[in-house]
Design a protein around this ligand. Structure first.
Ligand code: ADP
Ligand code: ZN
Length: 445
């Protein structure tokens, strides 16, 4: 990995007393907090069933290694204990409910005490400040407000910092741009897919980019690649920062990039992170990719132990970050165990295809992956838009581009796929998280 040596922005730190703790002090704090977390979880029937009483006490945790003896928790466990089998306090003590989108069936409900909400706001403030947010800034918050943790989570984080918020929510791109022009925010927060849509609208409308004051953006909520970052940065003339979170653990603020943008700092005083082999569930050493497993240490309303996120990534093992934070850093999310495609026996993540596609200059960053099994064999077609200025009537030129694309994808995945070049502005755009894969095999199963 190439370590940026010069920060792109000032290196400010929101809670240095936690973010820059000496490692041994941090580990002592984690141990103390883990004992309490186990105690909290011991009130839940789910964990009582999994562990004998003597293993579920604060005393049974003597070192951080004892974490490995605790049971893991999965999304299926949350569903089996619907709606709130994992709530850690009585209803009277809950200050907020949020939920995940639940594209199939019911949402997953999560609950927060007042203290959880305060902690969450500070964790959001940490990555916002790390990525350059200052009190004097104005932020256009284009995450959906509602059950999705992005909107309200970030809202309270920005408020902690004291910057101005425009809680515009997602949707209506023309109005978003009008707001950018009239209120002159320096910062945009949304999903990377929505940024693509805004970029399109900006390209097509009559608003002059030079009249906007936009400088930075914070993107999260869905996978995106380094090549996508470059496209958006060049297209919108801004700098973009990555942040990660999930409702089951808290929402945004679980990790985020600092000025050096060399991975996302974990908030290790409040969570313990593991990377495990998704098949064997054995812990993997730093540097190796696997499923990220998270134990929240101070969450009262929803005290999970070793939650399997289904997100794939790795922990950097290149020493401490020059920013001064002592926490470890995680890679981008490289895929999810549940969006991995198995094509003719080969494992492929959509992010690998995105990386290959966006290396090719003549393509726009809008694509869709379609998988089917017309006969006995899996077939993949990638539909991708061309940049308007590159779209051509020449059959030969288009054939060459198609060849370039399938070559680039074969190089990364080893698979030969079909390529369908489509006209600019024909594929679906997204206001929240993108749906870029249609797997017809799953639809018939
Ligand atoms: P759901 O998508 O199930 O409704 P959430 O809204 O809580 O639930 O989304 C959490 C998921 O979004 C994460 O588990 C992860 O897969 C994805 N995600 C969030 N932030 C990022 C990010 N920065 N990069 C990649 N994926 C992300
Ligand atoms: Zn750093």
């Amino acid at each position: 990995m190439i370590m940026n040596t010069l920060p792109i922005i000032e290196n400010n730190i929101w809670q240095p007393e936690f973010e820059c703790m000496r490692r041994d002090d941090l580990e002592a704090l984690q141990l103390q907090r883990l004992k309490k977390a186990v105690q909290r979880a011991s009130a839940l029937p789910f964990y009582q069933e999994k562990l004998p009483a003597e293993k579920l006490t604060a005393d049974s945790i003597r070192s951080l290694d004892d974490l490995r003896r605790l049971p893991m928790t999965t999304k299926a466990d949350l569903r089996d204990n619907y709606p709130l089998g994992f709530m850690g306090v009585t209803r009277n003590e809950i200050a907020r409910y949020q939920g995940t989108s639940g594209t199939t069936g019911k949402p997953t409900w999560v609950a927060y005490t007042q203290q959880d909400v305060v902690n969450w706001s500070n964790l959001c403030a940490r990555f916002l400040v790390a990525g350059g947010l200052k009190r004097e800034h104005t932020v256009q918050l284009s995450f959906g407000f509602g059950l999705f943790t992005g909107g309200f989570g970030l809202h309270f984080g920005i408020e902690q910092v004291g910057a101005a918020i425009i809680p515009i929510s997602s949707g209506n791109s023309e109005r978003q741009l009008m707001c950018m022009l009239d209120l002159q925010p320096e910062i945009l927060i949304c999903t990377p897919s929505y940024a693509l849509k805004l970029m399109d609208t900006l390209g097509q409308g009559d608003i002059d980019r030079s009249k906007l004051n936009l400088k930075h953006a914070f993107f999260g909520g869905e996978p995106w690649t380094e090549n996508m970052r470059t496209r958006i940065e060049e297209g919108m003339g801004i700098r973009c920062w990555n942040n990660y979170g999930l409702a089951e653990i808290q929402g945004p603020g679980v990790s985020g990039e600092c000025a050096y943008r060399n991975g996302m700092h974990f908030q290790e005083d409040q969570f313990i992170f593991e990377v495990v082999d998704p098949q064997t569930l054995e812990p993997l050493p730093d540097g190796e990719r696997g499923e990220i497993v998270i134990t929240p240490l101070v969450r009262e309303g929803f005290p999970l132990l070793r939650y399997r996120t289904r997100d794939i990534g790795f922990i950097y093992n290149d020493g401490e970050c020059p920013c001064g934070r002592t926490s470890r850093r995680m890679s981008r999310i490289l895929g999810r165990t549940d969006d991995m495609l198995i094509i003719r026996g080969v494992n492929v993540f959509p992010s690998q295809i995105e990386t290959a596609l966006l290396k090719i200059d003549s393509l726009a960053p809008h694509y869709m992956i379609e998988v089917s099994r017309p006969e006995a064999m899996d077939e993949v077609t990638v539909h991708i838009e061309m940049r308007p200025e590159m779209f051509s009537d020449s059959m030969i030129e288009m054939q060459n581009i198609r060849r370039e694309i399938s070559g680039a994808i074969a190089q990364v995945t080893g698979l030969h796929i079909k390529v369908n070049l489509v006209s600019p502005n024909t594929l679906e755009r997204f206001e929240g998280k993108a749906r870029r894969v249609i797997d017809h095999r799953k639809l018939v199963d």
